[in-house]
Design a protein around this ligand. Structure first.
Ligand SMILES: [Zn+2]
Length: 309
């Protein structure tokens, strides 16, 4: 994220004549074959993986989460000022991942590990993060649910193995880029831009200033802006890569923004971090985002302590 931000000024040409834009190499949004399954059934496999010579490598191995690992994570937490949620998870995974696809983390410097995690697909990092949690403190996650219909609050124990995960079908590398046509367009550098080049959202997209609390990410506008910034890397009529600025995203009409989020969500692989249940009082179905960013995510549930499992 930060690297693309640094180049945005130079990527912007001094003047652009939209009349002379040559529409070559456009990429349509094509359907991609996917598989949906429980995390427990997927196992220790990445939903997309790291492409190597035309094939996705989906295997990863994790270290045992020991007190020493916890100390290293705590150290990173106190060292980094303005730690965002995205960066916090990168720090945790840089300590807990042993290998992923072709990458051997033992052979890497700490900065390289963070860079490698940040370059991975968002859903791939989430799957590793969930397995790190399951392997260390188990699959049961105690949470408090609140029914939006009748306001009943109750305790619920979610099983992380039951989370739905969307994966790419097969391991042959596919072109995950596409162009999104805007109905209303946005103005960039004095010209109206009518389409956006989109690609996979990498983990680094969540390392956004301001996204440093559970509440920030629970705000749909903050989350959506981070996803759009992470996915869009080119615009109509701009040669080379272009990272959208806050002001560019702010210009998107409601219609275009909703459409863009819809196709980007369709292209998101990985776990659905939402727990659903039926309210025991009014029987309405309710959905709640799993509290995966809290530090308490890596604590044992009182039930598992009682069982001494
Ligand atoms: Zn209810």
């Amino acid at each position: 994220m930060n690297d693309t931000t640094a180049t945005k000024k130079t990527a912007r040409p001094a003047s652009t004549d939209s009349e002379t834009v040559v529409e070559t190499g456009r990429k349509p949004f094509l359907p991609i074959a996917t598989v949906e399954q429980r995390l427990g059934d997927l196992g220790r496999q990445l939903p997309v993986g790291v492409p190597v010579a035309g094939r996705y490598q989906r295997d990863f191995t994790l270290r045992k989460f020991t007190f020493e690992q916890e100390r290293l994570i705590g150290e990173a937490r106190s060292r980094i000022r303005g730690l965002t949620i995205g960066r916090y998870v990168s720090e945790i995974m840089s300590v807990l991942v042993k290998s992923v696809g072709p990458h051997d983390f033992d052979a890497m410097e700490p900065r390289q590990r963070i860079f490698t995690i940040n370059q991975m697909q968002l859903g791939d990092v989430q799957v590793m993060y969930l397995w790190a949690r399951i392997d260390s403190v188990g699959s049961e996650l105690a949470m408090s649910l609140a029914c939006p219909s009748c306001r009943h609050k109750y305790d619920f124990v979610a099983n992380l193995n039951d989370l739905d995960v969307k994966s790419l079908q097969g391991d042959a590398e596919v072109d995950l880029e596409f162009d999104f046509d805007l109905r209303d367009g946005i103005e960039i550098a004095g010209a109206t831009r009518n389409w956006l080049r989109c690609g996979p959202v990498t983990w680094g997209a969540l390392d956004v200033p301001g996204v440093n609390s559970e509440n920030a990410l629970a705000n749909p506008a903050t989350r959506e802006a981070a996803i759009i910034r992470g996915a869009v890397h080119g615009v109509d009529g701009m040669p080379g890569p272009y990272a959208l600025l806050r002001g560019d995203i702010g210009q998107l009409s409601k219609w275009d923004k909703e459409g863009l989020i819809s196709v980007l969500t369709d292209r998101m692989f990985g776990p659905n971090m939402v727990v659903d249940d039926e309210c025991p009082v009014c029987q309405e179905e309710l959905y709640q985002m799993m509290p995966w960013t809290f530090e308490t995510f890596f604590t044992r549930s009182s039930r598992s302590i009682a069982k001494r499992s």
